[in-house]
Design a protein around this ligand. Structure first.
Ligand SMILES: CC(C)(COP(=O)(O)OP(=O)(O)OC[C@H]1O[C@@H](n2cnc3c(N)ncnc32)[C@H](O)[C@@H]1OP(=O)(O)O)[C@@H](O)C(=O)NCCC(=O)NCCS
Length: 164
């Protein structure tokens, strides 16, 4: 049963765990169980973690009472030549988030999201983007935290949070 958790800034040593969270995000649909190595060797997913941590990367990791990571949210600046699913511009970082299955629906994701938005604003970013599939409930979470749809495709939408 999930217990208390806390949130700390992500560090370089978190790269492997962030890879785990990319796998969770790619496999979010119930029954979707693509193997880790298959997801993380695909350029469309690898770009979110390869070379972590670069100077413009930032993120937070939620840890349980024993310090074990249980979730993470981070952003990274991707280029027009190698864009992410939620690319809206060269100077706009893209957000990725994932929480370990046993810890979901306990407020960890929302807490991570809020910390990351505050951090992005403090770093001087005026926007933060993300991509989410149309039928992922996370879309409702993002909307409730101020993200709005700026582009809608057949299977996924791009959402942007504008900093006040
Ligand atoms: C999406 C994700 C990061 C959200 O983190 P979380 O810790 O589960 O979310 P929270 O507990 O903070 O819940 C946020 C809101 O979503 C709702 N929610 C949580 N799980 C839900 C579910 N399975 N179905 C519908 N709503 C759900 C909660 O009720 C909450 O709303 P509320 O505050 O109004 O009650 C996490 O569920 C996850 O890792 N999912 C798999 C990977 C994924 O889909 N990543 C996003 C890819 S774009």
């Amino acid at each position: 049963m999930p217990d208390a958790y806390s949130i700390r800034p992500a560090v370089q040593a978190d790269g492997s765990f962030l890879g785990d969270m990319v796998v969770e995000a790619a496999n979010w649909r119930a029954g979707g169980a693509r193997p880790r190595h298959e997801i993380l060797t695909a350029a469309e997913h690898r770009r979110y973690v390869s070379g972590w941590m670069r100077p413009a990367d930032a993120g937070y990791v939620a840890v349980d009472s024993e310090g074990q990571p249980i979730g993470a949210a981070w952003y990274r600046m991707l280029s027009q030549a190698d864009p992410g699913f939620g690319f809206v511009g060269t100077a706009v970082p893209e957000l990725i988030i994932g929480v370990q299955p046993i810890w979901r629906a306990h407020g960890v994701g929302r807490a991570l999201l809020r910390r990351l938005v505050v951090s992005a604003r403090e770093q001087g970013h005026s926007r933060l983007s993300l991509s989410v599939e149309n039928d992922n409930f996370a879309r409702t979470l993002y909307r409730s935290e101020g993200f709005v749809v700026v582009d809608a495709g057949p299977t996924r939408v791009t959402m942007v949070h504008r900093m006040p």
